[in-house]
Design a binder for this molecule. Structure first.
Ligand SMILES: Cc1cc2nc3c(=O)[nH]c(=O)nc-3n(C[C@H](O)[C@H](O)[C@H](O)COP(=O)(O)OP(=O)(O)OC[C@H]3O[C@@H](n4cnc5c(N)ncnc54)[C@H](O)[C@@H]3O)c2cc1C
Length: 461
């Protein structure tokens, strides 16, 4: 231990040693750095997190602990409320400060205020650094000084700014003597991605070297593994966003960089408008007359259940929902299709779909999930106009033309000829033990358009 008071680095959604401004600032103090993670009960279950994500968190805490051991230190894990646990840790270690990366979620910001206040009573500051986004929220502004509400001009302005270079990974830390609780062992019903920042970086390098070259043309085809599948790593900060952006720039992959910019866009938006965590951006949608799926024995409730369990009778929708339940991940095009089907054909509140995604996705991420649902429903920023209703049949035939995605996640339909998989006949449905459609597409579409038109006419949508 150094004679100078140590600095605590509090990890949250930043389970890495590379591209970590708070960790670098702490080491620059030339003193002992104490890395900490607090297992806050509020993070370990619904509504914040589903089981898949909690298990992935545990697996990555083990990986982070190994990384710290390899460079001479130890990750200190404690259970409880962050304000209480950090105050105790400061007293135990006589730390001079607590450093962390800034959170952009409303709940995270509130938690940080509570922690800062609690630490103040011991004369210690909570110092926050930016590292969860490529460019810090608040820095990409219109000429009028406001935040952007449309992606393309945001992307243009964002691209014209320089972002801080990702910092190097640490290779050595001084040992400390603080005790740690045991990290639970992960037990998941889905196959978890390999844990740890080294696995994430290797996957990114493989993606950029191999599939990355075909990303623009292939990314919408659901059966192809043509996207990076790095979202779960980015969500928990196992992969640093600036590290990813720098790699995309080095590979001259501007389409992939643009997708990373969407992630920044939704974080900037949530930073400016925390109300979006629970409300539609377009206010008229907050009183939209959705069907009430919470009423037991209603047809809306049974429609919602059919959607959740992949039993709608529309193979592309059901395959996507089975991918979600079976793997904890879903292809982006499929996310758009199932979100459109729920909100439009079934007229069920986007927030119910958002919550179901959040329970099952390994990458369930407030900013991206909320942004994606609002975009698809038509109530968000830069959203598709409400009257654009995806047709699951034509979309499926276009982006899964051989029905391979359907066959993979609905094996009962794999026996059908590829061209029959999108619209099995009534008889083949019976033979394959696959349900009849729960709604006729044109009927669902017309119902939605009529309700939306009536509700939104005259309103500022
Ligand atoms: C209804 C709906 C819900 C969604 N929920 C989530 C969610 O909970 N968590 C999540 O990370 N993404 C979500 N997305 C965005 C997108 O579907 C995923 O980020 C993407 O499919 C992840 O796969 P990938 O890592 O292979 O992406 P790639 O195509 O390789 O893109 C690289 C990274 O860019 C970011 N990104 C890509 N597309 C988007 C996008 N449209 N919006 C914001 N960021 C993007 C992600 O961090 C992604 O990992 C949602 C989209 C929709 C339409």
């Amino acid at each position: 231990m150094s004679s100078v008071a140590p600095v605590i680095v509090w990890h949250r959604a930043d389970l890495r040693l590379h591209d970590h401004p708070a960790l670098l600032a702490a080491t620059a103090k030339n003193t002992t750095v104490i890395p900490v993670f607090i297992l806050d009960p509020a993070l370990l279950g619904p509504p914040y997190s589903g089981n898949n994500r909690v298990q992935f968190l545990y697996a990555n805490l083990h990986a982070l602990a190994e990384r710290y051991s390899a460079i001479g230190s130890r990750l200190v894990v404690r259970f409880g409320q962050p304000a209480v646990q950090l105050t105790l840790l400061v007293q135990e270690s006589q730390a001079q400060a607590v450093y962390a990366l800034r959170s952009h979620e409303p709940a995270g910001r509130e938690r940080d205020l509570v922690v800062a206040k609690a630490l103040q009573t011991t004369g210690i500051a909570l110092d926050l650094f930016d590292g969860d986004t490529i460019i810090e929220p608040g820095l990409v502004r219109t000429a009028g000084g406001t935040g952007y509400r449309v992606f393309t001009p945001f992307w243009r302005a964002w691209s014209s700014l320089a972002w801080p270079h990702p910092g190097p990974a640490l290779s050595y830390l001084t040992a400390h003597t603080l005790a740690s609780a045991t990290i639970p062992m992960p037990h998941s019903t889905v196959t978890l991605p390999m844990a740890g920042e080294q696995a994430a970086i290797a996957q990114m390098q493989r993606f950029l070297r191999d599939q990355g070259r075909f990303y623009s043309e292939s990314r919408d085809f659901m059966a192809q593994n043509a996207t990076s599948q790095l979202s779960s790593y980015l969500h928990l900060g196992i992969l640093g966003p600036r590290q990813a952006a720098a790699a995309a720039a080095a590979a001259a992959n501007s389409q992939w960089l643009r997708q990373l910019c969407w992630r920044d866009f939704y974080r900037h938006l949530l930073w400016d408008e925390p109300r979006l965590a629970t409300e539609a951006f377009k206010l008229a949608w907050n009183s939209f007359p959705w069907r009430d799926h919470t009423q037991n024995n209603s047809t809306a409730a049974s429609d919602f259940l059919a959607w959740q369990t992949g039993q709608t009778g529309y193979p592309i929708i059901d395959a996507a929902m089975c991918q979600l339940i079976g793997t904890g991940w879903m292809h982006n095009r499929a996310r758009m299709l199932v979100a459109s089907f729920l909100t439009k054909h079934l007229l069920i509140d986007w927030r119910a779909g958002e919550a179901w995604f959040n329970q099952h996705l390994l990458d369930g991420d407030l900013a991206n999930n909320n942004g994606g649902w609002q975009w698809t429903a038509g109530c968000g920023v830069d959203a598709a106009p409400y009257f654009r209703v995806f047709n699951p049949l034509t979309q499926g035939e276009k982006f899964d033309s051989d029905g391979d995605y359907i066959a993979r996640y609905l094996p009962e339909l794999a026996v059908l000829a590829p061209e029959a998989r999108h619209q099995p006949s009534m008889l083949s449905r019976v033979a394959c033990n696959y349900p009849q459609p729960i709604i006729e597409l044109s009927q669902g579409r017309e119902r939605f358009l009529a309700v939306a038109k009536q509700h939104l006419s005259g309103a500022m949508v």
